[in-house]
Ligand binder design. Sequence first.
Ligand SMILES: [Zn+2]
Length: 166
Amino acid sequence: MDIMKMGKNPNYLGSWDLEELPNREAVLTIEKIVDEEVVTNGKTENCTVSHWTDKNFKPMILNPTNKKTLAKLYKTKESENLKGKSVVIGISQIKAFGAIHDALRIRPRIPQAQNAASPKCVSCGKNVEAYGNMSAETVAAYNQKKYGKCLCSRCATALKQGGELK
Ligand SMILES: [Zn+2]
């Protein structure tokens, strides 16, 4: 047995679970956040645990630091509102008890939707792309509202300038 993993709770996500991943980071979507009893080394503790939609990853115990990051990231402390939200989990080195430890940290950035289908422009057929500080989804929704159809920013601009849509 790997002595570095001994004494840790194997039922929950640990920094060692990310070792093999690029940048030692994982993008995970919250299925639910619940309080549950966690037994570590025979000691029972009530912990807040985030379960992921991706069952290849073990649930993660949320410490106060990660809770704060999460609340800031999505501007809510409501576990119900955090369902379905995605986070980037990475490893940070923290100093505790005079030594450096690897700790799981929720990164303070919202991951780009990876698998969500990009909205397509009904005019040119290309994917609607992000524009300025608007995400692709926001651009599509904005143009849908303004022009009544899903348009990319290029076609929307052309339309606004009186051009013809193909
Ligand atoms: Zn277009």
